[in-house]
Write a protein that binds this ligand. Structure first.
Ligand code: MN
Length: 505
């Protein structure tokens, strides 16, 4: 796990690179190796191994050569004599900015409850500057977790708990399931040792015959699809992450028989109509379990996850979950945000993929090189800015933490103004929340709204992807009733302010 990766091998993980990309990567590789020459890891191996492993994880996420360079150099400022000026001279402003961001993030250590929120804040601040910093940090943490066995025992639990409580949820929030799952499963082993063993035993007792059965099940499906002239597809099955299984088991009294997605079959197709067709085929061969058919294509989860899920009786006594999606959806589900900011993304046919509007806000988090200064105002999602502001206003740290947890880790929706600007709001936000998010004056005079062109009342709940146009009237004004349906603290505060002011008059 802590092995050195030769430059050529690292390069092979990067899909598209120009001659210049290769040159700068080579330079960063050699620079990092030379700068950390004298240092070793806790395992006794050269420190450089950690850097090329981190870079490899970034490359697997399909990150750009610039980000991978920053991954190679991410500990240079912290652990060697190299200065920021030197780094800037050798590698330019952008790479230096990223390395500095990761270095700042590295200064936070988790020291139990009191320092907990401080860590969170710093994370958010760093994140609000550039999402790539956070992705590098996640990859850095993932490699550190993979080698946690070499760390002194008293430190292991602290690091694992921090990972479980801060980094894994962040990866989930960014939709990078691949990293989220691995971070959770490694931490789980250290934080909840006994529970981990218990879950592992339960899974082992089930898995062996299940896997054989699944292979047969998949063969049958393949035959049926071929009969229906569907030939361009892939199948596999995924094993539920141990920690996520543990959370579910707790709700089910540790009766693993009640959990139907310990193993799930995945069918990946070319387009969406085919997904529905295949769902039809599956249901015509196997009886579906009522209440477990989920259409996350028409109604994606808040973190963007899309797929059709159904649970079927196989007729041989087993029950199995089948997930049907396009190949692209599968990619998004594993790599999340990373799959949207990755470098020069192309389709099978070699065409450039235009990002979907719902992910434009992510792109906006990447500042252009020439704009990078300390006091720059980047075009960052409003809710991230709000979090940073919170830190300054809030004296009550307990409350701060609760609010942040709700706002950040709770579910969010992404909605649009008629001009296409993205607002993201807490789940179940209403027209009035939207209006106050635009401007307090608009909020104070909200009369109704047009959602996707249709007129609706002010208490209407917004859904992911809605286009919202607020309709105001000069004599429209807030009432106490509004407080009953608004979701955001911002709207509540504004309404109370208005009422206080106008009731005195
Ligand atoms: Mn590191």
């Amino acid at each position: 796990m802590d092995k050195r990766i030769e430059f050529k091998e690292l390069l092979s993980f990067i899909n598209e690179k120009s001659k210049e990309d290769t040159e700068i990567l080579q330079k960063a590789y050699s620079f990092a190796e030379k700068s950390h020459k004298e240092q070793t890891r806790k395992s006794g191996e050269p420190y450089f191994n950690h850097l090329c492993q981190t870079a490899k994880i970034l490359a697997e996420l399909n990150m750009s050569p610039v980000t991978i360079c920053a991954g190679l150099l991410h500990d240079v400022l912290e652990d060697t004599d190299i200065t920021k000026e030197q780094l800037e001279k050798e590698f330019g402003v952008e790479i230096t900015f990223l390395v500095e961001g990761v270095t700042k993030l590295g200064h936070l250590k988790y020291h139990g409850e009191n320092r907990y929120n401080e860590s969170l804040r710093k994370l958010f601040i760093a994140m609000s500057k550039d999402i790539r910093v956070l992705i590098i940090k996640l990859c850095d943490r993932l490699h550190n977790m993979r080698t946690l066995e070499f760390v002194p025992k008293e430190k292991q639990t602290r690091i694992a708990r921090e990972t479980l409580e801060i980094y894994a949820p962040l990866a989930y929030r960014l939709g990078i399931r691949k990293i989220n799952r691995e971070l959770e499963d490694i931490s789980f082993k250290y934080v909840y040792e006994n529970e981990y063993k218990k879950v592992l035993e339960l899974v082992k007792s089930q898995r062996e015959d299940q896997e054989q059965f699944l292979e047969k099940f998949i063969r049958n499906i393949k035959k049926e699809l071929a009969k229906n002239n569907i030939v361009n597809f892939e199948t596999d099955y995924r094993v539920k992450g141990l920690y996520s299984l543990y959370k579910k088991l707790k709700r089910q009294n540790f009766e693993i028989e009640k959990i139907y997605d310990v193993l799930a079959v995945r069918i990946m197709l070319v387009d969406i109509p085919e997904c529905y067709k295949v769902l039809g085929i599956i249901h015509s061969i196997f009886k579906p379990m009522p209440g477990r058919i989920k259409d996350y294509i028409a109604f994606p989860k808040a973190n963007g996850y899309k797929s059709l899920h159904t649970t079927v009786f196989t007729g041989e006594g087993q029950i199995v979950e089948v997930q049907i999606k396009t190949k692209e959806m599968q990619l998004e589900a594993e790599y999340g945000i990373a799959s949207h900011i990755s470098y020069k993304k192309t389709t099978n046919e070699g065409q450039k993929v235009k990002s979907k509007p719902e992910f434009d806000w992510i792109k906006k988090m990447i500042p252009k090189t020439e704009k990078i200064t300390d006091d720059k105002k980047t075009d960052i999602p409003k809710w991230v800015k709000e979090l940073v502001k919170y830190e300054k206003d809030e004296n009550n740290t307990e409350k701060y933490l609760d609010d942040v947890k709700n706002d950040f880790f709770g579910e969010r929706i992404f909605v649009f103004t008629p001009k296409g600007d993205v607002l993201d709001l807490p789940f179940q936000s209403t027209v009035v929340d939207f209006a106050y998010n635009i401007h307090s004056d608009i909020g104070d005079h909200t009369f109704g709204a047009k959602i996707n062109g249709k007129f609706v009342s002010i208490d209407t709940t917004l859904l992911n992807g809605d286009i919202v146009e607020i309709v105001t009237k000069p004599n429209s004004k807030p009432t106490r009733k509004w407080l009953n349906f608004v979701k955001t603290t911002l709207a509540k505060r504004n309404i109370k302010n208005w009422l206080d002011k106008n009731q005195k008059d």
